[in-house]
Design a binder for this molecule. Structure first.
Ligand code: 13P
Ligand code: SF4
Length: 380
């Protein structure tokens, strides 16, 4: 076990974007135990969505560029009936996509919906690993994603080969993979988890087992702190959430001292916030670490009129619909996931019209990944 202090150069040499580790303000006594992978991961490049093939197909389409938004909506509504399709959308999707979806939710809720639906066609408006999860759970349905290049910078930080190497170094280790991973990585995991049940999943694992948690180090640190377990961390991060700094939280609270603070556990500042909470520097009765689904539940139930939201800004539309009488302030207004925003109305229409792009996960990866996902769904 290596303890990497804040600012340790080993961190930046392995992960170009490991910003929090370089952050000199990270408290020294955070018990930041980080197990380095034996084989140094290749340098990861973020998937690019600048001009995807699906976007090019829309631009060259003989019908779509001439349709108005209203016409696109009407066609989507017509086709979803004809195809008996269900549209699932993540909480970060564009407002128009959220408004058209049959169900909007967080990663866990979307997996549960996919597992429950008997619709023959699932159009998944989210990022690719989420559609893959639906395909793993529903091999007999047609799962479509409107743009298959909607990736995830966090999922891109770990490969199945790297997990195999990590496991080889820890024969007693239990691998807990955040759902933001590709199917072949899930196939190497013992358990999957989402941000809403990560703590419970780790708590369910016998105390004598070592936990190998991947790929999000901030969620892993949060889990370590909440469970008191020794957790080996993969040094992965989401480029959107890693950008949240303790200063952003402090500034927001200075402007809105009476607001509730809603923090996603992937945020780069979540460990510092937990520390600040423990030391009384953040208000314990108004600071909440939640998955996106947990944030929705919170605003439904809370009596506080103003909420500071520390996650991707798509969340604000969802919260405003759930509890419109309240005010929502983004802690970082430029926290935008370009992968989530790759899914647009014209692409949703084309997905239903042309039945593209089908997402399939082949055996034996599917069955092995399914085991880890089923364990996740049992622990809610
Ligand atoms: P949730 O499961 O909380 O919706 O998070 C998914 C995600 O991708 C966060 O970036
Ligand atoms: Fe992935 Fe981050 Fe986008 Fe979530 S916000 S889908 S973790 S890149």
């Amino acid at each position: 076990m290596d303890n990497i202090p804040a600012g340790d150069p080993r961190c930046s040499s392995q992960r170009q974007e490991c910003k929090a580790m370089k952050n000199p303000t990270l408290p020294a006594d955070l018990n930041l135990q980080v197990e380095l992978p034996t084989i140094m991961p290749r340098s990861k490049t973020r998937p690019s969505v600048r001009h995807t093939a699906a976007q090019a197909a829309i631009e060259q389409d003989s019908e779509i560029p001439s349709l108005t938004e209203q016409e696109l909506i009407e066609r989507v509504n017509q086709l979803r009936k004809e195809r008996h399709a269900v549209i699932l959308a993540h909480n970060y999707q564009l407002p128009i996509i959220q408004d058209l979806a049959d169900f909007v939710g967080d990663s866990l809720q979307l997996s549960q919906q996919a597992a429950q639906t008997d619709a023959p066609v699932i159009v998944f408006c989210g990022v690719h690993f989420m559609a893959e999860t639906a395909a793993i759970l529903c091999p007999d349905r047609t799962v479509l994603i409107p743009d298959p290049e909607a990736g995830c910078s966090l999922a891109a930080t770990v490969t199945a080969d790297e997990v195999r190497q990590w496991k080889a170094n820890h024969p007693n280790g239990v691998v807990v993979a955040y759902v933001n991973t590709n199917a072949d990585v899930k196939a190497e995991a013992d358990y999957c988890c989402t941000s809403s049940n990560a703590v419970k999943v780790v708590q369910s694992i016998p105390e004598d087992k070592e936990i190998l948690f991947l790929p999000d180090m901030f969620l892993g640190l949060y889990v370590q702190r909440m469970t008191g377990r020794k957790v080996h961390l993969w040094l992965g991060e989401c480029h959107v959430h890693a950008g949240f700094r303790a200063e952003d939280i402090v500034n927001a609270l200075q402007r809105y001292p009476d607001a509730d603070l809603l923090l996603h556990p992937e945020c780069g500042c979540v460990s510092q916030c937990m520390f600040a909470l423990a030391s009384g520097d953040l208000p314990a009765d108004r600071t909440f670490v939640h998955s996106t689904g947990g944030m929705v539940r919170h605003v439904r139930e809370s009596r506080t009129p103003i909420h500071l939201v520390a996650t991707e800004v798509g969340m604000l539309h969802r919260l405003s619909k759930e509890a419109p009488q309240k005010e929502y302030i983004p802690v970082k207004a430029d926290a935008i996931c370009e992968y989530m925003k790759t899914i647009t109305l014209p692409k949703l229409y084309r997905a239903l019209r042309d039945m593209v792009y089908e997402v399939r996960v082949e055996e034996p990866i599917r069955s092995r990944a399914r085991l880890a996902i089923d364990r996740m769904l049992e622990i809610v």
